[in-house]
Design a protein around this ligand. Sequence first.
Ligand code: FAD
Length: 555
Amino acid sequence: MNDQPLRIVIVGGVAGGASAATRARRCNEHAEITLIEKDEHVSFANCGLPYHIGGEIEDRQKLLVATSELLVNRFRLNVRTQTEAMAIDRERRLIRIRDQKDGTESDLPWDKLILSPGASPIVPRMEGADAAGVFTLRNIADMDRIIEAVHSSRGRKAVVVGAGFIGLEMAEQLVRHDFEVAVAELQSQVLPPLDPEMASPLEQECERHGVRLYLGDGIDRIATDDAGNACGVHLQSGAMVEGDVVILGLGVRPNTSLATESDLPLGQTGGITINEFLQTSDGDIYAVGDACEYTYGPTGQNMRVALAGPANRAGRLAGEHAATGSCRPVTDVMGTAIVRVFDLAAGLTGLSLKAAQRAGIAAKTATVVAGQHAGYFPGATPITLKLTYEEGTGRVLGAQAVGRDGVDKRLDVVATAMHFKATVHDLAGLDLCYAPPFGSAKDPVHQVAFVAGNQLDGLAELTASDADLSGYQVVDVRTVREVQESPLAGCSNAINIPVDELRDRLGELDAGAPTVVSCGVGVRGHIAQRILRQNGFASVSNLSGGATIRRHSVN
Ligand code: FAD
């Protein structure tokens, strides 16, 4: 009988790796578990890094979620920090490691190997990219360097390149330090995963806090002063944006060299291919986290989803499988993500409309603007919630939300519904908690599902918020005052008939003309649409999200 305990080696000691190691221990008290981490810290809170830079998380120690000592004392792990995994020898079941402190190399045997090496920030090859004052943010050391630069900056000006999640978080936190902050983004909007009109309120929020946005303008090169320090960024448009702190938030590349050099296949989006039990093509080697590809729920395709939740859950499952030989299959990932941008929160789960179109899925959307709780209860603020669903079947494909409060709850409800492959009608029927301080008897989730369901059933067609309205009889059913204060954007010929007068003024309209009705956010428009449809108007559509969303959709 072989008395050798099971040897589990894990590469990468943070989100996925630490989850795998601790789960493996909880499942197998006798295994020999080694955690290899090339940096100094294991199990730190990557997601908290921007908030310590800004001083919102005051205590640096709080970012060290589980220290090496805790992992050793409580879980009896062999924790090897400052040790880099160099190469996998699949035939001999060895991994070559290098001690960063003294440069010595050795081979470590494994029976099960879990790869969670994460991803590396993209640094473009361009002039000035390696200058002092240019930073990416991935780990504690990066954070410390940025903090030092923030404190020693003379110019107090920063340029954030890339308006994705980390870029926006950094912009917000640098404003907390009274920096003049500029954000440059190649796409024509911030937070590119969102549909443009959903990102527009975030742009206004950034500008409201003094952040200058350079949208649709990529970085050309980084300017340096005589001492070689970064002093700004030249954009492709020719604009020069000054700043002695430059943060690159250009996305990440998966760390896959260990896998590729040992012939473990990658998928189409460049992540390590795994099966439902997180196993690579070699059944004893697992991969989790930013380095691998998951099945993306809305499309069923494999793709990389560089988020902490999937990494933690996959790590946990891989740890269990490695330790016991079985685990529950990993579930599809929806890419559910959220970010705070000053006083707003925004996020998404699943597909935006543009992502659905890119994926070749026939999708429709519905958008509502609704209070996060009952309007009569103090503190009500609006959430804009946009649902994407499959034409014909009504399967929920995704949601995007932006607002001050309650955005996370709505996205999580939709993500949960998507997990169970819900349709818009299922969503409309969810029994959600309600009391005035928390929500509404018809929650924004219900409301958007009602709108989508009406459209799906042919009861109430919607017109996209950015549609060309020329050629339509456009009826704006807001009050005269509302229209005077805020005319319908991109439409000069709207006929203003307030909804309460509509039944008495039908004669002013052409029942045979294709008609679009519009109001503030779509609610009165829906009522007007039903009135017109039942009074002989053959073709009536409601402008999705009304004048409010149109303002964000057309220039
Ligand atoms: P990591 O957690 O990065 O761990 C990989 C580790 O492997 C690293 O420590 C690395 O040093 C080590 N490593 C790599 N190669 C080797 C090697 N050859 N040998 C030894 N060690 C190696 N996600 C969210 O869902 N929400 C958020 O709010 C959020 N905010 C974020 C904010 C920031 C600033 C950052 C950087 C990320 C954020 N993320 C967020 C993403 C999230 O942190 C990652 O998706 C998650 O950490 C991925 O886990 P992982 O285990 O794959 O990689």
